[in-house]
Design a protein around this ligand. Structure first.
Ligand SMILES: [Zn+2]
Length: 113
């Protein structure tokens, strides 16, 4: 009888919902770091041609923006730490590229669209 009473409690639903939402947000940063980060350091022309899920992911507008964001991190190491774009906005460490940065990205084959 006690477990059924717990299921009727709104807080019980909230804790399950919070748990379900927390799992992807906890797993996403290490997964991006393990699987997407190495591909950010290989030529985009080659890595974006992959036929697997990572290739599909690399061709998304979000990841192309993350690649530019991460390229700036390696040029300016005190900015753009996160592979999740919102993180640097929240931490105040976000940096937009200058015109010369954009030129360097273009010369390096970084996707600019
Ligand atoms: Zn890197």
């Amino acid at each position: 009888m006690a477990p059924a009473a717990c299921l009727l409690c709104p807080l019980a639903y909230w804790s399950w919902l919070a748990t379900i939402c927390a799992i992807p947000s906890l797993l996403l940063p290490p997964l991006l770091s393990m699987f997407v980060h190495p591909l950010m350091h290989s030529p985009y022309v080659i890595s974006s041609q992959r036929k697997d899920l990572l290739g599909v992911l690399l061709r998304t507008k979000y990841i192309r923006r993350v690649i530019r964001h991460h390229w700036l991190h390696h040029k300016y190491p005190t900015y753009n730490f996160n592979l999740l774009l919102l993180g640097d906005f929240l931490l105040g460490t976000h940096l937009e590229p200058s015109e010369s940065d954009i030129e360097e990205m273009r010369d390096s084959g970084i996707p600019l669209d």
